[in-house]
Write a new protein. Structure first.
Length: 132
């Protein structure tokens, strides 16, 4: 793992060797994709944000099972934040944001948009259920 500056952000570069060559993966401090980069079989869940809603509005994860949440925005910058799940990232409209999550406790959790996006912003939530 090598740390370097890229567009005024410190990123860690993981070099992963393989039979077909070398893969570079940029891992920002907010998202840890090291485990996902090592295991290409990690489950990916696609989530779209748009004014006042996340689609899907509910997902179920398994405790201890790593997943990638692949986040996109259909209209503007939104936030994606849940302190218990250790998630806090932005979802810009022109990019895909991957967040690696491995839930460490079962229960019901709420993800909120933490970027004001209009009068319905307070209701922009997503339910995450983590099962044993």
């Amino acid at each position: 793992m090598k740390t370097t500056m890229f567009k005024n952000k410190i990123v860690n570069i993981a070099l992963l060797g393989g039979a077909l060559g070398i893969t570079l993966a940029a891992i920002t401090p907010k998202t840890n994709l090291a485990r996902a980069a090592v295991n290409p079989n990690t489950k990916v869940i696609e989530i779209t944000a748009k004014k006042f809603e996340f689609t899907p509005s509910e997902i179920t994860l398994k405790k201890g099972e790593p997943v990638i949440l692949r986040l996109t925005s259909a209209d503007r910058v939104h936030g994606f934040m849940s302190k218990p799940l250790k998630i806090d990232t932005d979802i810009p409209p022109d990019k895909t944001t991957d967040v690696a999550v491995t839930p460490d406790s079962a229960g019901g959790f709420t993800v909120i948009c933490d970027h004001y996006c209009g009068t319905g912003h307070g209701n922009m939530k997503m339910k995450v259920t983590v099962v044993e």
